[in-house]
Design a binder for this molecule. Sequence first.
Ligand code: SF4
Ligand code: FES
Length: 249
Amino acid sequence: MNLTLKVWRQKNSDTPGKFVEYKADDISPDMSFLEMLDIVNEGLIKRGEDPIAFDHDCREGICGTCGMMINGVAHGPLGATTTCQLHMRHFRDVQVLTIEPWRARPFPVIRDLVVDRGAFDRVIQAGGFVSARTGGSPDGNAVPIPKPDADLAMDAAACIGCGACVAACKNASAMLFVAAKVSHLNILPQGKAEKDRRTLNMVRAMDEEGFGNCTVMGSCEAVCPKEISLDFISRMNRDYLRALWRSKQ
Ligand code: SF4
Ligand code: FES
C-alpha cells in the first residue's frame, strides 16, 4: 500500500504546530498503524529529520498510552479498537490520512502527537482508590459479591484511560472516563465505605482540570476502544447527587 500522511508536527506546547505531508510507501496491510508510523520514522531518521513523536507502550490495546485522531476520528475508523490494534488493511491504497493529537485544553500537546494526560492522573489521585487495609491477596470468594455487580464493576474497570472520550467530545468532557473510574470502585463492597467522598472529590478534580460538561451526545461512547457505556455517566450522576445531599445533612 502507498499512502499520503498529513501529520501534525509541533515542537512543544509554546510553539505553533502545522501539518506536514509525508509518503508512506510499500506498507503491508498486515502492519499495525503504529508499525506504519515506525517505517515512516525510519525514513525520517535516515534523512536526518526529526521522527514523528507519538505515545505507545503495550501495543496490545491494554495500557491506554497510544491515541491520535485519524481522519478526525479518535483511534481511527475501526470501532472498539485502540490505535495500536488498528491494522493498515482497514485503509485503502493511495488513501490520504490526516493524523493529529487529541485536541482538548486539559491535554496540552507535548510534541507532535503526544499530549500530556496528567489531568487524568490527578482525577484518579483525588479518589480512584480504596484506602482500607486489605492485607495480602484474599481468597477469591472471601468477600461474596453478587455476579451482576461483579460483571458491572468489571465492565467499568475495562477503561484504559486513553482519553479518546475527551478528544471526541465537543465539550472536551471527561465524564465517561471519570464515570468508569468512580463506578468500578463504588459498585464493589470494598469501595462502598468511601463512595460519597470518592465521587465528590473526583468530580471536583475533573471540573478543576477544565474538562467540559456532558451534553449526552454519545461521541465518547462511539469512540471508546473498551465500549464503556454511557449508562455509567447516569450512575455517576446519581451517586453524585446522593453524595451531595448526604454531605448537606
Ligand atoms: S472511557 Fe473509553 S475512551 Fe475514555 S479513557 Fe476510558 S477507555 Fe478511553
Ligand atoms: S500502546 Fe497500549 S493501548 Fe495502545
